[in-house]
Structures are given as C-alpha cells and as structure tokens.
Design a protein around this ligand. Structure first.
Ligand code: AMP
Length: 404
C-alpha cells in the first residue's frame, strides 16, 4: 500500500499478558520506534498506562482499565494523540507475540480464524500465556479487521530441535496423548541474538555454533548450530532449566510428589511455589540481580548462596551445550541480567578457560547498549553481549509476511 509519503511501513507489535499489554509502533523504513507503551494492572482500580512517543516525554495515566479491549483502545487513543492513530493508512500490520505455537507453528503465521482456533487448542499446554495472547489478538482484530495480523511464536525457533533433545524419557503413548515434550521459549530472542552475534563476528549464521544465554527475569539457554536450534533449557513450560527470578528451573520431579504427600500441598500450590516463589526470590527474597549483588558485596550470606546456585546452574548448561555442539564459536549473553550484570558474566565463565571461554575484565566492565565482544583478543570462543530486541524481530517478521 502506498500513500503520499511513500510506502506504508508501520507495524504495531503487541505483547499481551494476563493483566498487561505492552505495545510498540515501529516504522520499518529505518527500524524507527515511533512509540512504546505499557498498560498494566488491567482489571484493577489502579490500572496504569505509560506511553512514550519517540523523543519523549513519557505520559502516564492511572485509573481502572477494565479489560484488554479497553486497554488497547486506551493505547490507540495515546497513539492518535501523537498523530499515529491505528486508523492510519501507514499501518500495514499488527504483530502479536504468542508464547506457545506447539509443533504446528514453525514460522510466523498470518492469523486466520483457523489459526486462532489452533492457538486455542494449545491452551492446555500453555494455560498461563496463550489465553492472554488470544485476548489480545481478538481485540486487535476487532479494532482493525481489515489489517493482516501476524502471530510470532516463542516456540518456533526451537522446532528444529532433534527428537532426542525434544522428547522426555517417559512413556511415549502418555507423552503423545498429552503433547508432552520440550518446546522451549524465548525463541524470538534466541534467534535474533544468535544472528546478531554471527554478524558481530562478520560471519554467516550458517557458519557459526553459538551458546545463547538469555538471562532476564525468566532465563533460558540454547545451543544453536549453524543458525538452527539444537537444544534449549526450557521445556513443556518455561519452568525447566536455569535458575530464574522466581522459577526453580531444573528440579527432581519427585520433589512435587513429596510436597503433595508430605507437605499436603495441592497441585496448584506446588505450581505457584515453583513458578512464583522459587528461583532467586525463593532463595534470598530478591529477584533483582542489582539488589542481590549489592547484598553480596555487603557480606549477605543468603544472597551469596543464591548467586552461587544461579551461577552453578548456568555453568552446567554451558558445559552441556559445549558438548552438544562439539565446537563452540561464540557464547552470547542477553536480556536484563545478561546485558547488564558484569559480575554474572565474569562468574559464569570463571574457570572455563579449558573450554576456550574467558572474559576480558576491562571489556566486561564497559556499560553499553551496543552489541560487543568481551572475550580477550585471540580467544578460541568469542564471548559477546548482544542486547535482545524481541519487538523489532516480531515487527520485522510481521512486516515481511504482510508485504508478500
Ligand atoms: P528482563 O526480564 O530481560 O527485563 O530482565 C529483568 C531483570 O534484569 C531484572 O529482574 C534484574 O534482575 C536484571 N537487571 C536489569 N538491569 C540490571 C542491571 N543494571 N544490573 C544487573 N541486573 C539487571
């Protein structure tokens, strides 16, 4: 579609959670972020909308926003006030982050009625995430039924995992009847960061084997061989793998039986314990790595133990994925902790010189929003920090699909 200003090139990206909607409006002509915003505490009396147009200043309003429909309309109102209304002919598509795409969705997909039904059929394997994503899609479709709406799945990048990495060693019939297997998450971030890392090395993604460490409040690792994911740490749900802000990561499944039989906890209580009250917060009461490091530096023993457990798990995955890949060309840190915490990066690779892994202390200490190398010159494995940008990746994939 063209307008007097040239080719229409705006994409709205929506990330709908159970009580929040994050949005970004991007102009794909130059990858310019025109506005970003967040509506949170949807359904409560203290709902809050924070909206930042390009160049600022940020605007904020509080007061009850009843549901996702109202949230999206409120966001659309803010965009319209900046001259960026959703009725603009410049807007070519809406891209939705969808957490679970199962085995069916291996690529970004234009959302039809049938696609929406399939996303709904995946609710039993993603009960915490897919319902909110579906609500966001329905609302956006009702606002602009004429526009292509594209689903970009968190699981898609991991669908290349070989069967031996994706299957749990449990009874095959039971697993298949209930679609129990390892799906992996954060895939949009892993894909983007692995590709950017290859670019940073001046090489094609197909040539590079990379360990990606996405360390945010949720955290996951992946082994990427020549641009394709061959293993990842999250499983049927985002609970498996690394120690996270509030999730336990790997645990003996018998702990859950034990909690039921001995502690008398219900399945839902165990679910809340492992997803919301475990990980760093369960270990030391804090899930913000800045606060944990501050406490460690003050000699707090609980915070120090939490940090050590976090790092120990990370090291185990680095070792495992070194073995899975056979040859590692790059290891990359991303997301809130990975991009910002020099102590985590240093501790995670300490003692791994035998694997060709090391960080240069001065490079590691640099604070920057740019992709950068932090390994010493001549290191066998390039160690990098690459800021993730899931919204940009979703916008690119949405634009590419809507344009064809
Ligand atoms: P994310 O989920 O990617 O937004 O990451 C959020 C997490 O990043 C927070 O919970 C903090 O633990 C961590 N984080 C953010 N900024 C910093 C920082 N400057 N230093 C250390 N950790 C940080």
């Amino acid at each position: 579609m063209t307008t007097s200003g040239g080719t229409a090139s705006r994409v709205l990206v929506l990330n709908s959670g159970s009580s929040s909607v994050k949005y970004q409006l991007l102009d794909m002509d130059g990858d310019v972020r025109l506005a970003t915003g967040l509506v949170e505490r949807i359904g409560e009396s203290s709902s809050r909308l924070a909206h930042t147009p390009r160049g600022g200043p940020a605007r904020e309003r509080t007061g009850r926003i009843a549901d996702h429909d109202q949230a999206l309309k409120a966001a659309a109102g803010e965009l319209a006030a900046d001259g960026l209304g959703l009725d603009s002919p410049e807007l070519v598509a809406i891209g939705h982050r969808v957490v679970h795409g199962g085995l069916r969705f291996t690529e970004p997909t234009v959302i039809t009625g049938e696609v929406l039904e399939e996303i709904e059929r995946l609710v039993p394997v993603a009960p915490l995430h897919n319902p909110a994503n579906i609500t966001g899609i329905r609302t956006a479709r009702s606002l602009r039924p004429d526009l292509p709406q594209v689903a970009v799945f968190d699981t898609a990048f991991h669908t290349t995992m070989p069967e031996y990495a994706a299957r749990y060693a449990i009874d095959v019939e039971t697993a298949d009847a209930h679609r129990i297997r390892r799906y992996g998450f954060h895939g949009t971030s892993h894909a983007y960061v692995a590709r950017r890392t290859a670019g940073l090395l001046g090489r094609a993604p197909e040539e590079v084997n990379t360990i990606v460490l996405h360390l945010g409040n949720g955290a996951s690792a992946s082994a990427v061989a020549g641009g394709r994911c061959v293993d990842t740490s999250m499983g049927l749900t985002p609970l498996e793998g690394l120690v996270m802000g509030t999730r336990s990561g790997d645990i003996d499944p018998a702990v859950t039986f034990h909690l039921g039989r001995v502690a008398g906890m219900s399945v839902d209580e165990v679910d809340v314990l492992l997803n919301k009250k475990s990980g760093l917060v369960g270990l030391c009461g804090d899930n913000d790595m800045r606060e944990i490091r501050r406490r460690v530096d003050e000699g707090d023993e609980r915070a120090a133990l939490a940090f050590d457990i976090y790092i120990h798990r990370l090291k185990k995955y680095i070792g495992a994925y070194s073995a899975v890949l056979g040859r590692v060309d790059a290891l990359v840190f991303t997301a809130g902790v990975g991009e910002n915490s020099a102590p985590v990066r240093e501790a995670a690779l300490a003692g791994l010189e035998g694997f060709g892994l090391a960080v240069d202390p001065e490079r590691n200490a640099v604070r920057s929003g740019e992709p950068r190398l932090i390994s010493p010159d001549g290191a066998r494995v390039a160690v990098a920090v690459v800021p993730t940008d899931e919204e940009l990746e979703i916008a690119r994939q949405t634009f590419a699909l809507a344009h064809n």
